[in-house]
Design a protein around this ligand. Structure first.
Ligand code: SF4
Ligand code: FE
Length: 481
């Protein structure tokens, strides 16, 4: 298993092409760029914590393929205990970063692909599962970070992949040879992509037979020839070029450092192709990935909310109003919402079950309901945080003003709170609340792991409304079949 430092050094060896604000960033400098380094730092923690005896039980496990000790982020869940440990691990890491550490996407993509390739082979007599196992063994051995790449740009949402005016709006196979396939298209919102070693490409929706060239799942290095990444902008990102205070989160980035990954006729050898044309399995892969990823959100977001609650309580202490009864009651409401999120993730894990390949899957109904709660409760938690923190989180002068030899004294004097608390500390906490409750961070809670409508579609199907009707009619004394 790599350490955080080894992970960072290994990223420097890539020839990755990343564009940021109109410029290509030299590959070796990428991990030190102010826009990127916070995301690298939080991902690096998933490596360092695996070597910490305190967290070993959550962070590491035994590979079912090789019997060797591995980082949990490269594991295939074998049982309910694995699923529960995943959620607990995510909450624990979020409590240390206050933000996303990106490595779950590839983790979930690998679990979904592992299970789905087994079932494709059962039906079609293909060799995808064995191929995937070899790829997985490579990832477990190298401890590489894999970015899960699912979301296509999608163009006109009313049209299927094969109906789009521009055929590249969904990733598709443009050529097949004896050696492999050539793919073209792009993947959007790719979390942690620019600081990953590999990407695992998956289809983004269920497909019909006419979409065959779009039903493709494969793995390739993030610096493969023909691949380029355009890094996304975030709220207040230019502040990262300045001091630490105005960033809010002193060390780690905001959410996952997403990008648009462009695939310009990229060659993928057959040993790394795990689906190619089996359209009837695209939906299964999407749903499994989505459920595994939605399982996470009550884990990582409850940990992030722990920080928001702590920062809100601290800012109330620093302002001298933490004893007011409405403050206590609002903090309790934040706790209630946070633990409700966590409960859903624990519940969907506790109700996990074995798939035909032998790995363990979450209860998809509860996983989807849990993520749907995130799209509402995080807004409510953050709303209360902003309510209690006060308007100064939006009107504070900059760190440069605080440090200025002439006017710094006014910032220090007029932003002081209770005696004994340094103004700078109060400003740091205020900026953390600003960072965690607004802009990019909030939108991620809405759309990360899929938009609310995507969850509604899944839980409405899984809830079996017809059965509920029958149960009610029976109790009412109405005769039913
Ligand atoms: Fe993991 Fe949460 Fe980040 Fe998704 S948002 S990658 S689940 S930490
Ligand atoms: Fe996400």
């Amino acid at each position: 298993m790599m350490t955080g430092q080894e992970y960072i050094e290994s990223l420097r060896k890539r020839k990755i092409k990343v564009y940021l604000k109109g410029k290509q960033i030299p590959a070796q400098e990428l991990v030190d760029h102010p826009f990127i380094r916070g995301h690298v730092a939080s991902a690096a923690l998933t490596y360092d914590l695996a070597h910490d005896p305190v967290y070993e039980n959550l962070m590491t496990t035994t590979s079912h393929l090789t019997g060797k000790k591995i980082n949990r982020f490269t594991h295939i869940h074998q049982n309910v205990d694995d699923l529960l440990k995943k959620v607990k691990m995510l909450r624990m890491i979020s409590q240390k970063t206050g933000t996303c550490y990106q490595r779950c996407v590839g983790f979930d993509a690998m679990n979904a692909t592992y299970a789905t390739t087994y079932e494709i082979d059962q039906k079609h007599g293909t060799q995808y599962h064995d191929r995937f196992k070899k790829f997985l063994e490579y990832i477990q051995k190298t401890d590489f970070m894999v970015s899960g790449a699912m979301t296509d740009p999608k163009g006109d949402r009313s049209l299927r992949p094969s109906q789009q005016a521009d055929p590249d709006l969904f990733v598709h196979v443009v050529k097949k040879t004896d050696e492999g396939i050539v793919i073209r298209g792009a993947k959007a919102h790719a979390t942690g992509m620019v600081n990953s070693h590999e990407m695992l490409i998956m289809p983004t929706i269920s497909m019909k037979p006419e979409d065959a060239e779009y039903a493709v799942c494969c793995a390739l290095p993030t610096d493969a020839p023909g691949v380029l990444h355009i890094f996304g902008r975030q709220t207040n990102d230019d502040r990262k070029m300045e001091g630490e205070i105005d960033q809010g989160n002193a060390k780690y980035g905001i959410v996952g450092g997403e990008c648009l990954t462009v695939l310009n006729d990229v060659f993928v050898p057959w040993e790394r192709v795990f689906m190619c044309g089996e359209t009837e399995f695209a939906g299964m892969l999407v749903n499994r990935f989505a459920s595994y990823h939605r399982q996470n959100y009550g884990g990582c977001k409850s940990g992030v909310s722990d920080i928001v609650i702590g920062a809100t309580a601290a800012i109330a202490d620093m302002g001298g109003y933490s004893k007011a009864s409405h403050v206590k009651s609002k903090l309790n409401e934040m706790i209630h919402l946070t633990e409700t999120l966590y409960a859903c993730s624990i519940a969907c894990s506790a109700e996990g079950y074995q798939l035909p390949c032998g790995s363990c899957f979450v209860n998809p109904l509860l996983a989807n309901v849990g993520k749907h709660n995130v799209t509402r409760y995080i807004y409510e938690i953050d709303r209360i945080a902003q309510d209690l923190a006060g308007g100064f989180i939006a009107t504070l002068p900059s760190e440069s003003d605080l440090r200025d030899p002439e006017i710094g004294q006014y910032v220090t004097k007029y932003f002081q709170g209770v005696k004994g608390v340094a103004t700078e500390d109060r400003l740091r906490v205020a900026r953390l609340i600003e960072n965690m409750t607004g802009g990019t961070a909030l939108v991620e809670s809405m759309h990360g792991a899929g938009s609310p409508q995507a969850q509604e579609v899944m839980y409405s199907k899984l809830a079996n409304l017809e059965n509920k009707k029958k149960m009610a009619l029976r109790i009412a004394g109405v005769k039913v079949d």
